[in-house]
Design a protein around this ligand. Structure first.
Ligand code: DAH
Length: 340
């Protein structure tokens, strides 16, 4: 037996296998059910007690040598042929399901594209803001109801001096203030982003949604420029050319207006969404209040401008006839897959 073991050890050391089949043959030859190791272990049972210790050690040495050789042969073939442990790494996979873009992302990009064609660039600002950029810098009087706890999420930010009261921005108009502080006119920017309001969730309200703000400041910008710009947008986005501007109020614009688009009354759904009027409210807008310009260091004697703001959810709902706002936030793939 001793001799047989030595002979096998020498054989194993010298063994080569040029194909995966040869590796498999080696495995069966030594480790198979009727292989050499099984035979030797069977024979070992009949070995006299005084030889068992030495022979047992020899036999274990052989077993380890076989296993190590097999591993190294398999590894050599895995790296040359791409096959290992029965896995064929070169096999093509099945088709992976592709994700789709979120409807809000599609519409946001479309709006940005429309404005970029007339020279607007994109600007960005933080979602966690201070009172100045969300309210005071936009001419909100100290007791204005929009600052009320009902609408605004307040947070306390630890600072070196103690704490600073911050808010989650309630509108993207805050980015206007940052832009005016940091850049010299002319300014022609659109500012998309997420905003927060402390409201109960329903089919028409959510505590987190998206807006796009626009701002245009230069010498001699007029209300007519604003109307022309917004009309261009409605034509491009909705394919509808008829708009109207209704007088409204915002602290940061004077005069202020609400822009409606004439949607038409061609179907039953049109009657429902326009409440029988044919008109749909799309956005707020107005001429930037001189007090807002000077608060951000822009000379209102020299410059004027207009601003506008719209909710992306609302416009997306109109575009795709979605009637529940919550659909946007549930991430149900059956809903999302419809926007290829
Ligand atoms: N910030 C306003 C809101 O959240 C929307 C808005 C209205 C923005 C008029 C403007 C504007 O820039 O001129 O309801």
């Amino acid at each position: 037996m001793q001799e047989a073991i030595q002979k096998h050890l020498a054989e194993i050391a010298a063994h080569t296998a040029s194909t995966p089949e040869a590796v498999e043959q080696f495995r069966i030859h030594y480790l198979g059910r009727k292989g050499i190791l099984n035979d030797l272990f069977e024979a070992f049972k009949a070995v006299p007690g005084d030889q068992k210790k030495v022979l047992g050690q020899e036999l274990n040495k052989l077993k380890i040598a076989v296993q190590e050789k097999l591993e190294s042969l398999q590894a050599a073939h895995a790296s040359t042929s791409g096959k290992s442990e029965g896995i064929d790494w070169s096999r093509p996979t099945g088709a992976l399901p592709l994700g789709t873009r979120h409807p809000l992302a599609i519409v946001r990009q479309e709006i940005l594209d429309i404005f970029s064609r007339i020279g607007f660039t994109v600007a960005d600002g933080p979602e966690i803001e201070d009172d100045w950029h969300v309210f005071s810098g936009l001419n909100f009087p100290p007791e204005h109801p929009a600052r009320d706890m009902q609408d605004t999420f307040f947070i306390h930010k630890p600072t070196q001096e103690g704490e600073k009261e911050m808010v989650l921005r309630t509108h993207t108009s805050s980015v206007q203030v940052r832009a005016m502080e940091n850049q010299k006119p002319p300014l022609r920017i659109v500012m998309p982003g997420r905003v927060y309001r402390n409201e109960a969730v329903s089919s028409r309200a959510h505590c987190q949604f998206h807006q796009i703000e626009g701002l245009y400041i230069d010498e001699g910008v007029s209300f007519a420029d604003m109307k022309q710009t917004l009309q261009y947008f409605t034509q491009e986005f909705f394919g509808k050319a008829k708009i109207r501007l209704r007088p409204s109020y915002f602290p940061f614009t004077e005069p202020s207006a609400e822009m409606d688009v004439y949607w038409g009354l061609n179907s039953e759904a049109d009657y429902r969404i326009t409440k029988g009027t044919g008109w749909l409210e799309i956005m707020g807008c107005g001429m930037v209040d001189p007090a807002v310009l000077s608060a951000s260091g822009i000379d209102p004697e020299r410059y004027s401008g207009f601003a506008f703001g719209m909710g992306i959810e609302r416009i997306t709902m109109l575009r795709y006839q979605i009637d529940d706002l919550r659909m946007f936030f549930e991430n149900d793939v059956r809903f999302l897959r419809q926007f290829q």
